[in-house]
Design a protein around this ligand. Sequence first.
Ligand SMILES: N[C@@H](CCC(=O)N[C@@H](CS)C(=O)NCC(=O)O)C(=O)O
Length: 225
Amino acid sequence: MIKLHGFASSNYYNVPKLAMMEKGIEFEEVLAYTGFGPNYKPEYLDRTPLGKIPALETPEGFISESRAVLDYIERAHPTPSLLPNSAFGAAKVQELSQFIELYFELVARRLIPNLLLGTPPDPATLEEFDSKISKATGALAKLSDFQVFAYGDAFTLADIAAILNLPVVRSVGMKFLDRDPLSEVPGLDDYCQRMEERANVQKIRADAAADQPQFMAHLKALYAS
Ligand SMILES: N[C@@H](CCC(=O)N[C@@H](CS)C(=O)NCC(=O)O)C(=O)O
């Protein structure tokens, strides 16, 4: 059986997890936190070379990088597909997914340590977050109107990217700028509400909430040693 290594409060871990749940693939979850090295599961560096979560264990070996993991899942288990049939549609879904990851998630990620630890962010980093997110927010409406799904008339990888990566942008904005930087995106609030009603998304959220205390305890123990 396929094994997914990582932890439930990681958004990147949840990308292949949600994809496999939506496809009805059976898989085993193997708990592994970040911080692989001399003090914690050093063997993982042979499985996920930069020590990133997630890693997918397949009968042929390990795959890291969520984008590659998704590609494997889609090819190994083509139905139900999480990509439109047409070449153009599939590319548009990948375009939107990559847009969200590069211009939202990776920008917000720099402030996640502040969010987790409750420390004040570096003012220059916060200013950069504000200006980059406001530019990306204006552009997002050109890629999706967020009517029904993020792209087209079915649930796709673009929905997975949106559901799992946009909330952290909101959390960073609310915490450090006192406003939701995504509130102006037409259709997005209703779309997010609809997506949160999906059973698999609710399971992802519940698992993430349940993992949070253990993840924080892991970080404390790892970085205190
Ligand atoms: N590009 C990677 C990013 C994965 C990533 O950054 N995962 C986080 C957990 S949410 C992580 O492993 N952080 C620890 C680190 O970067 O050393 C992917 O798409 O899988």
